[in-house]
Design a protein around this ligand. Structure first.
Ligand code: ADP
Ligand code: MG
Length: 586
């Protein structure tokens, strides 16, 4: 029978470290929180190799007394709590006294500190939990901490680390969250000695948002402010036109701490109900302040989740304040605009329909030639496609078909009345054509005359660049352009006059929503379906009669026209039988 033993302290600490320290970004978070709790007004962060080799944080905070230097690395040793009552009114970011002990057990740490007013500073090392002797240190007031070779003694953990650029992306996301919530601090972040971010204490929230997320977002923000009893809400929400395919750009802070909260996420989504398509998420930066005894932050090891005492009231405060702001802006009239297309980038790009009838290369004009594009798409031509009618699709010649609400096509078939969703059907057809082209290596792309710069948060920029090979195969040309800016140089010809930037944003969103990067085939499948969705006619597009006929004809050529690539039906059949029964003819 296995015997029970009490684990040695170092093993206990390593187990705890497993919870708190997952990757370099977790170390950065703990160190920055300590610097903030120390009342720093300037914090400099340096990382090497995504933080795997080195993380250095230098602050000008209150410092650590010489006699506390060893204790700082002890488990459950903290200057931020003294009795149990304190636990229910926490106003510091840290309080568990576990971070330095955890970091010290899985890396080589040097801690140097000089408390303001003290004559001398001290230095100590902690390597895999082993403390050195204290030595004198002559530095500037504040604390300097270096964490080297993270997980050097826990190879399994080290193996789980991703590429440098991915780890750096997580580090800069952590940095971003704290810098958005602590405006009084002058922040810098450098990677391999190259500046990534520098934010002076005079840079307000809007400046910081622009710095991290670009002008496009800053220019579409509306302020929100509300109060209910001691609970205060402040921040910004973005115009629904600025929506995203995931919730990553929803920043929620509670008392200066970035948090995740399902219920408040729901309140935000609910406030935008009717203004966004399903599967789209608003952008928001929300800051809640409430008395520390109204919230329990001790429910999650990294404190990313909290428990509100009056959850309902907070929910309604958030929902009400945002909804009021959106209503005041009278956004309902702009619901699902008929076309959200950006202006065409180049003069002679093929209109979306032309992909169905690829123009022979010889007929193409050189890029940038000043040729007016026709405003009404040319009729489609199917001569290049083998006719392989799928037997299960009701036969129709399409000539009777009418368009309803600029969205549906209604036609008569032998079986009954068929109502087609024009977008869903076109999307499916394009999707199959694209798949065939990719198989045959015939993806066509257009060069942008003037490459389009796109600002992205660092993590997104690096994740997207990691996939630039695959994206290139799909006709999306990308280059790094310094900082977190990417240059879009080529885009799939199928997009025609649709905005290539909108497609790229959707692709980035898609890459970010996936926890694990999908297998190559799945990735291509997903991206082709995105491209088809962007290139297809939309609900609200008025179609010319010949386009209607062409679209219906195409239906017979595709393999599965019953569902769009997302699984929605492309057509509904109201059987003749049913019609007759309902009208009492049978
Ligand atoms: P916690 O932050 O939960 O108290 P940590 O393990 O992160 O636990 O830190 C232990 C203690 O070390 C802190 O309570 C604080 O007194 C001291 N400390 C750590 N970093 C700093 C810093 N940058 N400036 C001043 N004191 C610090
Ligand atoms: Mg701490």
């Amino acid at each position: 029978m296995p015997r029970i033993v009490q684990l040695p302290p170092l093993v206990i600490t390593k187990i705890a470290a497993g919870e708190v320290i997952e990757r370099p970004a977790s170390v950065v978070k703990e160190l920055l929180e300590n610097s903030l709790d120390a009342g720093s007004s300037r914090i400099d962060v340096d990382v090497e190799q995504g933080g795997i080799e080195l993380i250095r944080v230098v602050d000008d905070g209150c410092g650590i007394a010489a006699e506390d230097m060893k204790l700082a690395f002890a488990s459950h040793a903290t200057s931020k709590l003294s009795d149990v009552e304190d636990l229910f009114r926490i106003s510091t970011l840290g309080f568990r006294g576990e971070a330095l002990a955890s970091v010290g057990s899985v890396a080589r740490v040097t801690l140097q500190s000089l408390p303001a007013g003290a004559a001398h500073g001290t230095e100590i090392q902690c390597e895999g939990g082993q403390l050195s002797e204290l030595r004198p240190w002559n530095g500037t007031p504040g604390t300097r901490i270096e964490v080297r070779n993270l997980f050097y003694n826990t190879p399994v953990r080290r193996k789980f680390l991703r590429t440098q650029s991915t780890e750096l992306g997580h580090v800069s996301e952590t940095f971003t969250r704290l810098a958005l919530a602590h405006l009084q601090v002058h922040w810098t972040l450098r990677h391999q000695q190259k500046p990534i971010y520098e934010l002076s204490a005079s840079a307000g929230l809007l400046d910081r948002i622009q710095h991290f997320f670009g002008r496009e977002i800053r220019d579409q923000l509306y302020p929100v402010e509300a109060q209910h009893g001691p609970v205060r809400l402040k921040g910004f929400v973005a115009d629904p036109a600025c929506d995203r395919g995931n919730s990553k750009l929803q920043y929620l802070f509670l008392n200066g701490r970035w948090i995740r909260d399902r219920s408040l996420g729901h309140a935000l989504q609910e406030a935008y109900r009717g203004l966004l398509m399903t599967g789209r998420y608003p952008v928001a930066f929300l800051f809640l302040d409430l008395p520390p005894d109204q919230v329990d932050v001790n429910v999650h090891p990294t404190k990313a989740e909290v428990r509100f005492r009056e959850g309902n009231a907070v929910y309604h405060l958030v929902l009400g304040a945002i909804r009021e702001q959106l209503r005041a802006r009278n956004l309902t009239a702009r619901l699902l605009p008929p076309s959200t297309l950006a202006a065409p980038q180049i003069a002679n790009e093929p209109p979306p329909w032309s992909l169905m009838a690829p123009t022979p290369p010889s007929a193409r004009l050189p890029f940038g030639a000043d040729v007016p594009t026709s405003t009404s798409p040319p009729p489609m031509d199917f001569s290049t496609h083998p006719a392989a009618p799928a037997p299960s699709i009701p036969a129709t010649n399409g000539a009777r078909a009418i368009q309803l609400y600029d969205t549906y096509l209604v036609l008569e078939t032998a079986e009954g009345m068929l109502v087609i969703d024009q977008h869903a059907l076109h999307e499916r057809i394009l999707f199959e054509q694209l798949k065939a082209r990719l198989r045959e290596g015939r993806m066509e792309s257009q060069a942008l005359l003037i490459p389009e710069p796109i600002d992205l948060p660092a993590e997104q920029a690096s994740r997207t660049l990691e996939k630039s090979g695959e994206l290139g195969e799909l006709g999306i040309g990308l280059e790094a352009f310094g900082g977190d800016t990417l240059l879009l140089t080529r885009y799939p010809a199928i997009l025609g006059q649709r905005s290539p930037v909108a497609l790229l944003r959707a692709v980035v969103d898609h890459l970010m929503t996936r926890e694990r990067v999908p297998q190559r085939e799945q990735l291509f499948n997903d991206l082709l379906s995105l491209m088809a969705c962007h290139a297809a006619v939309r609900a609200g597009d008025r179609l010319a009669p010949d386009q209607i006929v062409a679209l219906i004809e195409q239906r017979r050529l595709a393999e599965d026209t019953h569902h769009c690539p997302h699984g929605r039906p492309t057509a509904l059949l109201f059987s003749r039988n049913d019609l007759e029964r309902q009208f009492g003819r049978k």
